[in-house]
Ligand binder design. Structure first.
Ligand SMILES: [Zn+2]
Ligand SMILES: [Zn+2]
Length: 89
């Protein structure tokens, strides 16, 4: 049994040994006699920056996608306007 997860899961709990455990690694530490502490009790405050980082990263992606879409729509609209103007002349 591996003591670390190869799948890069999100840590669910923090073990008393200080490692963050996912559902895969939890069993191994339980067998070793470690007790896992809930993230809300221990690691929540220390994990906040990473959570906020993820959220702001996600927001950035949405904003970037939104900007891209707006640019595409803008291009489309302006090309349509150009066509219309050419048509009117
Ligand atoms: Zn442990
Ligand atoms: Zn895992």
């Amino acid at each position: 049994m591996e003591s670390f997860c190869a799948q890069n899961c999100q840590a669910l709990v923090k073990c008393q040994c200080g490692e963050f455990l996912c559902s895969h690694t939890m069993g191994h530490h339980m067998i070793l006699g470690h007790s896992a502490l809930s993230m809300t009790e221990t690691g929540l405050m220390s994990s906040f920056p990473s959570i906020f980082g993820l959220i702001s990263e996600y927001k950035e992606k949405i904003v970037q996608r939104g900007t891209y879409l707006t640019q595409q729509v803008g291009k489309l609209v302006s090309s349509q306007i150009v066509r219309l103007e050419q048509f009117e002349r």
